[in-house]
Design a protein around this ligand. Structure first.
Ligand code: 9D3
Length: 250
């Protein structure tokens, strides 16, 4: 897969993609990440990429010409590239969109800056627009890195084993059950007995129950659309009533 990142701050995205699992996927040539400096497509003595908004107001707007030239270069070499503008007005990024993007051969992530990009770029040169959440950042560079990370780990061969992908929360629609490792007693806090029992059926049931309970307590929005089976309903009801009994001091 090819991932282009168009930005006026190339050094802001370069570091993270040479590190860790993503960096390894790049050296193994599972992904080709190309960082493109929008300023290289700007003209004039100052290579200006922004200008004042028509109609007045504070802040600057990214000029259309350098963006058009940079996007045009990407499209000329590959008309199939999906050009995605990162902006607070985009569709909200989630695991489903990560999966959708991971199936494309070429994505081009355009990082906005300032108050935004000239609307004509959005209207005529971009295929898709994505936000990573309802909070205000200073630009699209960190969102681009979030998308690269979420997409890259879904590509064949990037992660160690494939089972870590299928068991995952947000794909099963639940938060994860609690994890423990050695030592068995840490600062007087014991690992739950069931995990030491060797009873794999009981462990599987407990983990499912913990995942259900956590999701119900912390992210009820995930449970509604999950549509629980009768068995899950019973597991959750049991966990909730056990917890309420404990709270009541029984
Ligand atoms: C004051 C009005 N702002 C809109 C909420 C203007 C504005 C704020 C921040 C315009 C651009 C930006 C920079 N942010 C991004 O480019 C961005 C972003 C974000 O701020 N949050 C979540 N996802 C994204 S994707 C790109």
């Amino acid at each position: 897969m090819i991932i282009d990142i168009l930005t006026i701050f190339p050094s802001m995205v370069a570091g993270p993609i040479t590190e860790s699992i993503i960096g390894k996927a790049v050296t193994r040539e599972l992904i080709d990440i190309r960082i493109i400096n929008i300023r290289d497509y700007a003209v004039g003595p100052h290579r200006t990429t922004d200008d004042r908004p028509f109609g007045g107001g504070s802040g600057m707007v990214m000029k259309p010409e350098p963006l058009m030239a940079a996007i045009g270069d990407v499209r000329k070499n590959d008309p199939a590239a999906r050009v995605i503008l990162l902006s607070p007005q985009g569709r909200l990024f989630d695991q489903g969109i990560a999966l959708e993007l991971s199936r494309l051969s070429h994505i081009c992530l355009v990082c906005g800056r300032y108050e935004g990009v000239d609307e004509r770029i959005r209207d005529h040169y971009v295929d898709d627009e994505i936000s990573i959440g309802d909070y205000v950042l200073t630009g699209g560079e960190l969102p681009a890195l979030v998308i690269v990370d979420a997409v890259a780990r879904l590509l064949p061969g990037v992660l160690g084993s494939n089972e870590s992908l299928t068991e995952e929360s947000f794909i099963t629609g639940l938060l994860e059950y609690p994890h423990y490792t050695r030592p068995e007693i840490f600062e007087n806090h014991r690992v739950p007995d069931i995990l030491l029992s060797g009873n794999h059926g009981a462990i599987r049931r407990w983990r499912r129950q913990q995942a259900l309970l956590r999701t119900w307590e912390r992210r009820p929005d995930l449970l509604k659309k999950n549509d629980l089976s009768l068995e899950d309903e019973e597991l959750l009801a049991e966990a909730v009533s056990t917890k309420e009994m404990r709270k009541a001091g029984n």
